[in-house]
Design a binder for this molecule. Structure first.
Ligand code: PMP
Length: 358
């Protein structure tokens, strides 16, 4: 076998130094109750009929685009379908940023893929704080992001659940017109649909909204997302995207998920998940094993444990949640909202911890 260590000498410095995104599935954990990836507990077999698999697919499947545009209250030309919202992030960085010239702004703590994508493409990061985004004035925020090309606002923010008001997003976008693009990542927006920034797309050419079918639509396995923006902004991205990004199989399942019946069913599931979240939040707030609970919007609750060992106790019980380092502390945990039975496992774990904490 040839010397594999030589491969590293062929890598550009930024890729050699890259820390890959640690996805929930890459951690190789074992368990029986999975509440670590903000997935939906509801799984459904899609009603699809596949033909023409000998042919290349429509690069942007028309029925899916029309249905999503209708769902998002936009025009079809304002919708680009991607391989998950993650591909949308990647395409934005690849299309709009030049290494050694541009940077992206993000408000930490936030979703990890913005940084991984920027690092992959050798794009500098202007790392700001959620505190600035939430408590700072529009002028302070605009000054802080002034030199960045893309400004990522995760709304609701993963993992804190916090929300930036639409009024603030509107003002930031207005002040950055002609200078930067504001990217509002709405992966979890179905859990608080009234707060979407999608309608602002009709006002601003420098606004992008990212969406996904992975969360409320219960299709994380499908790998489908949407990049929403005006056609002027989408045009260069359409030049960069792979020739056939969406398979015929994916397009059929996505079209089915976006039928009016299935959208109505998704909304009913969201109502149930939001009420289960309120229940989980109250258990956590009462638990002596928990120091702090961050619960805003989204299908998850993030908390700080009194003792990190509690996470290992959960794993021993087959209960898998996402451990996090937040604010420099490694005893944070994010729990995805599962179904009633799954949350019962969380309750059993918390009750066991209470006995030892008291
Ligand atoms: N944005 C946020 C805030 C997320 O939490 C996630 C997934 N965890 C994504 C984007 C990626 O979504 P997708 O599965 O569509 O790639």
């Amino acid at each position: 076998m040839s010397d594999n260590s030589k491969i590293t000498t062929l890598l550009p410095d930024n890729i050699a130094a890259l820390t890959a995104y640690s996805s929930a599935k890459s951690e190789k954990l074992t368990g029986t109750t999975w509440l670590n990836a903000n997935e939906s507990p509801y799984s459904r077999t899609p009603n699809i009929n596949l033909t023409d698999l000998n042919r290349y697919p429509d690069p942007q499947p028309q029925q899916v685009i029309t249905r999503y545009a209708c769902y998002a209250n936009l025009e079809p030309e304002q919708v680009l379908m991607t391989r998950g919202a993650d591909e949308g992030i990647e395409l934005l960085v690849r299309t709009f940023c030049s290494p050694a010239k541009d940077s992206i702004a993000l408000f930490l703590p936030t979703y990890g893929m913005y940084k991984v994508t920027a690092d992959t493409h050798n794009i500098a990061i202007n790392g700001l704080t959620q505190e600035l985004l939430l408590k700072g004035t529009v002028d302070e925020i605009v000054t802080a992001v002034a030199d960045s090309k893309l400004v990522f606002i995760c709304n609701p923010n993963n993992p804190t659940g916090s929300m930036t008001s639409l009024d603030k997003i509107r003002k930031i976008t207005q002040q950055l017109a002609g200078k930067a693009i504001v990217v509002v990542d709405e992966a979890y927006i179905e859990f608080c649909p009234e707060q979407t920034a999608a309608s602002l797309i009709n006002e601003f050419c420098n606004l992008v909204v990212l969406r996904t079918l992975s969360k409320a639509f219960a299709l994380a396995g499908l790998r489908t997302g949407f990049t929403l923006a005006n056609s002027e902004l989408l045009a260069p991205i359409r030049k960069v995207i792979a020739p056939y990004p969406v398979s015929t199989v994916v397009a059929s399942i996505a079209a089915d998920a976006l039928s009016s019946d299935n959208i109505a069913s998704m909304r009913r599931q969201v109502t149930i998940l939001n009420s289960l979240k309120a229940k989980l939040k109250s258990w956590l707030e009462q638990s002596p094993a928990v120091i702090k609970v961050l619960s805003g919007e989204g299908n998850f609750v993030t908390l700080k444990l009194k003792d990190k060992q509690s996470f290992n106790i959960a794993l021993e019980q087959g209960l898998v949640m996402r451990a996090f380092t937040l604010y420099g502390e490694n005893d944070w945990l994010r729990i995805s909202i599962g179904n009633e039975q799954e949350l019962e496992q969380v309750k059993i774990w918390l009750d066991g911890l209470s006995l030892t904490s008291n």
